[in-house]
Write a new protein. Structure first.
Length: 409
């Protein structure tokens, strides 16, 4: 397995020369990185040689006798297989191949998001509309309502740092983190995403927050927990510490963004928000700490989160917009209108989201479907909101083990 792992890492790094988004993180040996000559060949993508390499690695992997492997080693074997299949799909797409939205997600992320009818979303929309004041569409009324919950730019850093400190303190009560773990926060512009964690290795991350558009109060906790604690920062440092440094499983020294690993990373980062600050605990923290820091009326916190809970039921609408747009069934303006109407984005946010969809394609399923898969995996094992200690224990194990999305279901 170790020989296959080394070849896999080098292959992923070579493909990364042709797609700057592909390698999300790497903390393996410098000598494994592509040479300067490889970088100069960026315009000459070699699909056949890459495809031959991945086919050989899959053949070697599948010919292995796994009967003597431990349960943990079998997880490693299954993970490598799924990661290599995703590499094969990436090579196909980079060479000009086309896949449907669902087939792409199946090959890339080892999962397919459910499809719901417009009537399904219309019913959810009507339920939300009954809570919102004013006239006009539900999307317009929600945007109008939320304007009073924008974090002023001059208070953004204080609010975000308070949220990330709370996520970190709660995480440390349940997960032992390396003493040197650390992060830097940067505020950036002109990005297709709202936040990003750039893991640099050695338990250090750069967390970027996009300030192109106004940031609402709920996004402080969302981004702090998702990108930081117990989300991406914790996920990456545990993978590095346990799988790479302690076990020597070098395939985990590289993180190809377009791979099954991302469904677990995004799903656990989203579910991690709820693990760290479940239900009423989040409302109390925001009401008592973040709302005053942002200058908001703390008496409105409960109402705000009742509305947010109903809005969350519409999360899969974004997948539907991406599916129909990328499959060529909808024009750009159709997709934007759908995102405005059913995903409840303001027009400028819908445009930003469509830029994300154009760039990252079926990756969008990793947030909502990933969260649901992770939640069900943990809850089936007893990690419910009423058993916080077990919930944290299973959550940590999930971040530290080489699972696959299909293996979690």
């Amino acid at each position: 397995m170790n020989t296959i792992a080394e070849r896999y890492v080098k292959l992923v790094l070579k493909i990364g020369v042709y797609d700057s988004d592909y390698v999300d993180a790497y903390y393996g040996p410098n000598e494994w990185k592509p040479s300067g000559d490889d970088a100069l060949k960026k315009d000459k993508f070699p699909p056949q040689s890459f495809d031959d390499e991945v086919k050989e690695l899959l053949s070697l992997l599948h010919s292995m006798d796994t009967s003597g492997l431990s349960a943990f080693e079998k997880l490693r074997h299954a993970s490598m297989s799924k990661q290599l299949l995703a590499v094969k799909a990436k090579i196909f797409l980079l060479s000009g191949g086309m896949l449907s939205f669902d087939e792409e997600s199946r090959q890339m992320y080892d999962a397919v998001a459910p499809t719901y009818s417009e009537d399904h979303y219309r019913t959810l929309l009507e339920n939300l509309g009954m809570l919102l004041p004013g006239s006009g569409s539900v999307s317009e009324r929600l945007e109008s309502y939320k304007r009073s919950f924008i974090i002023p730019k001059e208070k953004l850093d204080a609010v975000f740092k308070a949220a990330i400190a709370e996520g970190r303190n709660r995480t440390l009560k349940h997960i032992a983190l390396p003493s040197n773990e650390n992060f830097t926060i940067e505020y950036v512009n002109d990005k297709p995403w709202s936040g990003y964690n750039w893991y640099k290795g050695d338990s250090y991350s750069v967390i970027q927050v996009n300030t192109d558009l106004p940031i609402f109060i709920d996004r402080a906790v969302d981004l702090a927990c998702h990108e930081g604690y117990p989300g991406h920062h914790v996920y990456n440092l545990l993978m590095e510490k346990i799988l790479v440094r302690e076990r020597g499983w070098m395939e985990f020294s590289v993180y190809p963004l377009f791979s099954p690993q991302s469904l677990i990373a995004e799903g656990s980062a989203n579910f991690g928000i709820e693990v760290a600050l479940p239900g009423e605990e989040r409302v109390r923290f925001e009401r008592d700490i973040l709302f005053p820091l942002a200058g908001h009326d703390r008496k409105k916190a409960e109402e705000f989160y009742r509305i947010q809970a109903l809005k969350a039921k519409l999360d899969y609408a974004g997948n539907e917009g991406a599916r129909n747009f990328l499959d060529g069934k909808w024009r750009r303006e159709d997709a934007v209108q759908w995102l405005v109407t059913y995903a409840l984005f303001a027009p400028e946010r819908a445009e930003q989201r469509l830029r994300f969809i154009e760039r990252y394609r079926s990756y969008v399923i990793n947030y909502n479907l990933g969260q649901d898969i992770v939640r069900l995996f943990i809850e089936r094992r007893g990690g419910t909101v009423n058993n916080s200690a077990l919930r944290w224990k299973i959550f940590e194990e999930l971040l530290s083990d080489p699972h696959t999305p299909s293996g979690l279901q």
